[in-house]
Design a protein around this ligand. Structure first.
Ligand code: 13P
Length: 261
Protein backbone atom coordinates (compact mmCIF):
# COMPACT_ATOMS: atom_id res chain seq x y z
CA UNK A 1 0.00 0.00 0.00
CA UNK A 2 1.13 3.52 -0.59
CA UNK A 3 1.01 6.05 2.26
CA UNK A 4 -2.01 6.05 4.60
CA UNK A 5 -4.29 8.80 3.25
CA UNK A 6 -5.04 11.88 5.33
CA UNK A 7 -8.42 13.50 4.70
CA UNK A 8 -8.50 16.94 6.31
CA UNK A 9 -11.29 19.48 6.68
CA UNK A 10 -10.19 23.10 6.44
CA UNK A 11 -13.19 24.96 7.80
CA UNK A 12 -11.65 28.39 7.13
CA UNK A 13 -13.75 31.14 8.82
CA UNK A 14 -16.78 28.93 9.43
CA UNK A 15 -18.11 27.11 12.50
CA UNK A 16 -18.58 28.70 15.90
CA UNK A 17 -17.71 26.60 18.97
CA UNK A 18 -21.34 25.47 19.25
CA UNK A 19 -21.57 24.58 15.55
CA UNK A 20 -18.28 22.71 15.88
CA UNK A 21 -19.63 20.69 18.78
CA UNK A 22 -22.84 19.83 16.90
CA UNK A 23 -21.00 18.88 13.71
CA UNK A 24 -18.45 16.68 15.43
CA UNK A 25 -20.92 14.83 17.61
CA UNK A 26 -22.92 13.66 14.60
CA UNK A 27 -19.81 13.15 12.49
CA UNK A 28 -18.22 11.02 15.21
CA UNK A 29 -21.27 8.77 15.33
CA UNK A 30 -21.09 8.23 11.57
CA UNK A 31 -17.35 7.67 11.57
CA UNK A 32 -17.42 5.01 14.30
CA UNK A 33 -14.15 3.21 14.80
CA UNK A 34 -12.96 3.03 11.20
CA UNK A 35 -9.27 3.55 10.72
CA UNK A 36 -8.50 3.20 7.01
CA UNK A 37 -7.68 6.87 6.51
CA UNK A 38 -6.52 9.53 8.98
CA UNK A 39 -9.14 12.22 9.54
CA UNK A 40 -8.14 15.76 10.53
CA UNK A 41 -10.43 18.69 11.35
CA UNK A 42 -9.13 22.27 11.23
CA UNK A 43 -11.65 24.62 12.87
CA UNK A 44 -11.02 28.31 13.56
CA UNK A 45 -8.89 29.03 16.66
CA UNK A 46 -11.88 29.83 18.87
CA UNK A 47 -13.46 26.45 18.10
CA UNK A 48 -10.35 24.32 18.76
CA UNK A 49 -11.28 23.59 22.38
CA UNK A 50 -14.81 22.57 21.39
CA UNK A 51 -13.37 20.31 18.69
CA UNK A 52 -10.97 18.67 21.13
CA UNK A 53 -13.80 18.10 23.63
CA UNK A 54 -16.20 16.68 21.06
CA UNK A 55 -13.64 14.24 19.65
CA UNK A 56 -11.83 13.32 22.85
CA UNK A 57 -13.17 9.81 23.44
CA UNK A 58 -12.31 8.84 19.88
CA UNK A 59 -8.75 8.41 18.67
CA UNK A 60 -9.98 8.68 15.12
CA UNK A 61 -10.04 12.40 14.58
CA UNK A 62 -7.01 14.64 14.88
CA UNK A 63 -7.29 18.40 15.31
CA UNK A 64 -5.41 21.03 13.31
CA UNK A 65 -5.11 24.79 13.63
CA UNK A 66 -5.40 26.81 10.42
CA UNK A 67 -2.43 29.04 11.15
CA UNK A 68 -0.02 30.10 13.90
CA UNK A 69 2.65 32.66 14.64
CA UNK A 70 6.32 31.80 14.12
CA UNK A 71 7.06 33.64 17.38
CA UNK A 72 7.12 31.71 20.68
CA UNK A 73 5.50 34.49 22.77
CA UNK A 74 5.56 38.25 23.20
CA UNK A 75 3.97 41.50 22.12
CA UNK A 76 2.21 40.27 18.95
CA UNK A 77 -1.39 41.41 19.33
CA UNK A 78 -3.88 39.03 17.82
CA UNK A 79 -1.39 36.22 17.24
CA UNK A 80 -1.49 32.60 18.47
CA UNK A 81 1.64 30.58 19.31
CA UNK A 82 2.56 26.95 18.72
CA UNK A 83 2.46 26.27 22.46
CA UNK A 84 -1.09 27.61 22.68
CA UNK A 85 -2.45 25.34 19.97
CA UNK A 86 -0.48 22.38 21.29
CA UNK A 87 -2.19 22.79 24.64
CA UNK A 88 -5.53 22.57 22.79
CA UNK A 89 -4.55 19.14 21.44
CA UNK A 90 -3.56 20.20 17.94
CA UNK A 91 -1.48 17.55 16.22
CA UNK A 92 -1.33 19.49 12.96
CA UNK A 93 -1.26 23.08 11.73
CA UNK A 94 -2.05 24.29 8.21
CA UNK A 95 0.70 26.67 7.07
CA UNK A 96 1.10 28.76 3.94
CA UNK A 97 -2.45 28.34 2.69
CA UNK A 98 -2.90 30.39 -0.48
CA UNK A 99 -5.44 32.59 1.31
CA UNK A 100 -2.74 33.43 3.90
CA UNK A 101 -0.25 34.09 1.11
CA UNK A 102 -2.48 36.28 -1.06
CA UNK A 103 -4.89 37.95 1.39
CA UNK A 104 -2.51 38.36 4.32
CA UNK A 105 0.80 38.83 2.51
CA UNK A 106 2.62 35.82 3.96
CA UNK A 107 5.95 35.24 2.25
CA UNK A 108 7.86 31.99 1.70
CA UNK A 109 10.37 33.13 4.29
CA UNK A 110 7.74 33.86 6.91
CA UNK A 111 6.04 30.51 6.26
CA UNK A 112 9.36 28.71 6.63
CA UNK A 113 9.78 30.20 10.12
CA UNK A 114 6.34 28.89 11.04
CA UNK A 115 7.21 25.41 9.75
CA UNK A 116 10.26 25.30 12.02
CA UNK A 117 8.33 26.64 15.02
CA UNK A 118 5.62 24.01 14.53
CA UNK A 119 8.10 21.15 14.29
CA UNK A 120 9.93 22.42 17.40
CA UNK A 121 6.59 22.22 19.24
CA UNK A 122 5.96 18.71 17.88
CA UNK A 123 3.07 19.85 15.71
CA UNK A 124 2.95 18.50 12.17
CA UNK A 125 2.81 21.25 9.55
CA UNK A 126 0.50 20.83 6.57
CA UNK A 127 2.51 23.00 4.19
CA UNK A 128 0.36 24.31 1.34
CA UNK A 129 1.82 24.98 -2.08
CA UNK A 130 0.20 25.73 -5.41
CA UNK A 131 0.21 27.96 -8.46
CA UNK A 132 -2.20 30.65 -9.65
CA UNK A 133 -3.88 30.35 -13.04
CA UNK A 134 -1.53 33.01 -14.48
CA UNK A 135 1.48 31.04 -13.27
CA UNK A 136 0.14 27.81 -14.77
CA UNK A 137 -0.65 29.52 -18.07
CA UNK A 138 2.85 30.97 -18.14
CA UNK A 139 4.31 27.46 -17.69
CA UNK A 140 5.60 28.34 -14.25
CA UNK A 141 3.97 25.45 -12.35
CA UNK A 142 7.22 23.66 -11.54
CA UNK A 143 9.13 26.84 -10.80
CA UNK A 144 6.49 28.00 -8.29
CA UNK A 145 6.15 24.61 -6.57
CA UNK A 146 9.90 24.19 -6.30
CA UNK A 147 10.37 27.67 -4.87
CA UNK A 148 7.60 27.22 -2.29
CA UNK A 149 8.85 23.79 -1.25
CA UNK A 150 12.54 24.64 -1.04
CA UNK A 151 11.79 27.81 0.93
CA UNK A 152 9.22 26.21 3.23
CA UNK A 153 11.48 23.26 4.07
CA UNK A 154 14.73 25.18 4.22
CA UNK A 155 15.42 24.42 7.88
CA UNK A 156 13.79 20.99 7.99
CA UNK A 157 16.41 18.29 8.25
CA UNK A 158 16.02 14.72 7.08
CA UNK A 159 15.03 13.31 10.47
CA UNK A 160 12.06 15.70 10.77
CA UNK A 161 10.93 15.77 7.15
CA UNK A 162 8.44 12.94 7.40
CA UNK A 163 6.52 14.85 10.08
CA UNK A 164 5.47 17.23 7.34
CA UNK A 165 2.40 16.89 5.17
CA UNK A 166 2.37 18.75 1.87
CA UNK A 167 -0.92 19.99 0.42
CA UNK A 168 -0.92 20.77 -3.29
CA UNK A 169 -3.68 23.30 -3.81
CA UNK A 170 -3.82 24.93 -7.23
CA UNK A 171 -5.14 28.40 -6.42
CA UNK A 172 -7.47 28.35 -9.45
CA UNK A 173 -9.23 25.25 -8.08
CA UNK A 174 -9.93 26.61 -4.59
CA UNK A 175 -13.58 27.43 -3.99
CA UNK A 176 -14.22 27.65 -7.72
CA UNK A 177 -15.82 24.28 -8.33
CA UNK A 178 -13.02 23.72 -10.84
CA UNK A 179 -11.00 20.69 -9.77
CA UNK A 180 -7.66 19.85 -11.30
CA UNK A 181 -8.06 16.76 -13.45
CA UNK A 182 -6.65 13.59 -11.96
CA UNK A 183 -3.80 13.80 -14.49
CA UNK A 184 -3.00 17.40 -13.58
CA UNK A 185 -3.00 16.51 -9.89
CA UNK A 186 -0.78 13.47 -10.42
CA UNK A 187 1.66 15.47 -12.54
CA UNK A 188 2.04 18.13 -9.85
CA UNK A 189 2.25 15.59 -7.03
CA UNK A 190 4.92 13.58 -8.85
CA UNK A 191 6.89 16.77 -9.36
CA UNK A 192 6.58 17.62 -5.64
CA UNK A 193 7.85 14.15 -4.74
CA UNK A 194 10.77 14.64 -7.14
CA UNK A 195 11.73 17.88 -5.37
CA UNK A 196 11.43 16.12 -2.00
CA UNK A 197 13.72 13.37 -3.31
CA UNK A 198 16.27 16.00 -4.29
CA UNK A 199 15.96 17.72 -0.91
CA UNK A 200 16.21 14.48 1.09
CA UNK A 201 16.21 11.09 -0.62
CA UNK A 202 13.76 8.63 -2.16
CA UNK A 203 13.03 6.91 1.16
CA UNK A 204 11.99 10.12 2.93
CA UNK A 205 10.15 11.42 -0.14
CA UNK A 206 8.26 8.14 -0.30
CA UNK A 207 7.03 8.59 3.28
CA UNK A 208 5.71 12.14 2.98
CA UNK A 209 1.98 12.42 2.49
CA UNK A 210 0.97 14.81 -0.32
CA UNK A 211 -2.67 15.89 -0.17
CA UNK A 212 -4.63 17.45 -3.00
CA UNK A 213 -6.89 20.44 -2.29
CA UNK A 214 -9.26 22.43 -4.48
CA UNK A 215 -12.98 21.67 -4.93
CA UNK A 216 -12.70 18.10 -3.64
CA UNK A 217 -16.15 16.49 -3.25
CA UNK A 218 -17.59 12.99 -2.77
CA UNK A 219 -17.94 12.72 -6.56
CA UNK A 220 -14.27 13.30 -7.41
CA UNK A 221 -12.30 11.90 -4.46
CA UNK A 222 -12.04 8.35 -5.85
CA UNK A 223 -10.44 9.45 -9.09
CA UNK A 224 -8.05 11.82 -7.37
CA UNK A 225 -6.93 9.42 -4.68
CA UNK A 226 -6.39 6.59 -7.12
CA UNK A 227 -3.42 8.53 -8.50
CA UNK A 228 -0.07 7.14 -7.45
CA UNK A 229 1.18 10.26 -5.67
CA UNK A 230 -2.10 11.63 -4.28
CA UNK A 231 -2.27 10.70 -0.60
CA UNK A 232 -5.40 12.38 0.63
CA UNK A 233 -7.28 15.63 0.45
CA UNK A 234 -7.52 19.04 2.09
CA UNK A 235 -11.19 19.91 1.78
CA UNK A 236 -12.79 23.33 2.13
CA UNK A 237 -16.45 23.84 1.18
CA UNK A 238 -17.42 20.16 1.06
CA UNK A 239 -16.15 19.64 4.63
CA UNK A 240 -18.79 21.97 6.10
CA UNK A 241 -21.61 19.43 5.84
CA UNK A 242 -21.38 16.17 7.77
CA UNK A 243 -22.73 14.09 4.89
CA UNK A 244 -20.47 15.44 2.19
CA UNK A 245 -17.33 15.26 4.34
CA UNK A 246 -18.22 11.73 5.36
CA UNK A 247 -18.87 10.90 1.69
CA UNK A 248 -15.32 11.99 0.86
CA UNK A 249 -13.91 9.78 3.62
CA UNK A 250 -15.94 6.82 2.40
CA UNK A 251 -14.78 7.42 -1.18
CA UNK A 252 -11.16 7.44 -0.06
CA UNK A 253 -11.64 4.34 2.08
CA UNK A 254 -13.17 2.36 -0.76
CA UNK A 255 -10.16 3.13 -2.89
CA UNK A 256 -7.78 1.97 -0.14
CA UNK A 257 -9.78 -1.23 0.29
CA UNK A 258 -9.76 -1.87 -3.47
CA UNK A 259 -6.01 -1.48 -3.69
CA UNK A 260 -5.28 -3.63 -0.63
CA UNK A 261 -7.84 -6.37 -1.37
P1 13P B 1 -12.45 24.15 -1.49
O1 13P B 1 -12.52 22.67 -1.20
O2 13P B 1 -13.60 24.93 -0.97
O3 13P B 1 -12.13 24.41 -2.94
O4 13P B 1 -11.18 24.71 -0.64
C1 13P B 1 -9.96 24.07 -0.77
C2 13P B 1 -9.04 24.60 0.26
O5 13P B 1 -8.61 25.73 0.19
C3 13P B 1 -8.69 23.72 1.37
O6 13P B 1 -7.63 24.25 2.12
Amino acid sequence: MKRKPIIAANWKMHMTPQETDEFLRSFNRLLGSRDVVDVVIAPPFVSLAAAADATRPSENIAIAAQNMSPEPAGAFTGEISARMIKELDCDYVILGHSERRTLFGETDDYIQRKVSAALDARIKPILCVGETLEERDANKLEEVLERQLRAGMKDVNRSRADDLVIAYEPVWAIGTGRTASAEQAQEAHAFIRKVLTELYDAEVAGQICIQYGGSVKPANIAELISQEDVDGALVGGASLEVDSFFGIIKGAEEHVRDTTA
